[in-house]
Design a protein around this ligand. Structure first.
Ligand code: IMP
Ligand code: MG
Length: 182
């Protein structure tokens, strides 16, 4: 358990800090450079999946040294308790046209990959010039995602992680680090 008096934690114990502020800042800078190099020309639209990606996206786009636009997606999954994987719909759909643009979908964490797989299917039919994923964390257990995650911040341990956008029942999104929950 981490020794911390962090008032953000509301007295609840987090097990340990998995990725601290320095590690995340350094990795965001590297990812920004990778993304800058990967898109030499064409319009780039960075699409953040809300809510989890909001902190990461804000840091990431400031490390990308080329013109870009930012928009967001809100997805809602239905029937969590069922085996169905098709129940993802867009609650907020970006105003921006995707056709002919490089689309970079930004996600907080890839777990089963179900949400991203469905989103990729929904977005691909809109005729983007390219469609790639950037995830801060990847648990490497995704069996549902049939698309490589092109840009990955960190391989994540198989623990429940919170902070830097990730929540547990809406708590902890504002932690400046990623911690595992006890
Ligand atoms: P997937 O569709 O199973 O890949 O689930 C991805 C979504 O589940 C992420 O966008 C998160 O919102 C949530 N999620 C998965 N694992 C964690 C975790 O360890 N902490 C917090 N949220 C998680
Ligand atoms: Mg979540």
């Amino acid at each position: 358990m981490i020794e911390t008096n962090d008032p953000r934690l509301m007295g609840r114990a987090v097990e340990r800090i998995a990725f601290d502020e320095t590690a995340i800042r350094d990795r965001a800078r590297e990812l920004g450079a990778e993304i800058t190099a990967a898109y030499p020309d064409g319009e780039l639209l960075v699409l953040g999946l809300l809510k989890g990606s909001f902190v990461f996206l804000a840091d990431l786009v400031r490390q990308i040294q080329r013109p870009l636009h930012v928009d967001f997606l809100v997805a809602s999954s239905y029937g969590e308790a069922t085996v169905s994987s098709g129940n993802v719909r867009l609650v907020y759909d970006p105003e921006t046209k995707l056709e002919g643009k490089h689309i970079l979908l930004v996600e907080d964490i890839v777990d089963s990959g179900r949400t991203l797989q469905k989103l990729m299917e929904l977005l691909r039919v809109r005729g983007p010039r390219s469609l790639e994923i950037c995830a801060l964390l990847h648990k490497r257990i995704a069996t549902e995602l049939h698309h490589e995650v092109r840009f990955v911040g960190f391989d994540a341990p198989s623990e429940f992680l919170v902070g830097y956008g990730l929540d547990h029942a809406e708590d902890f999104r504002h932690l400046p680090y990623v911690a595992s929950l006890r």
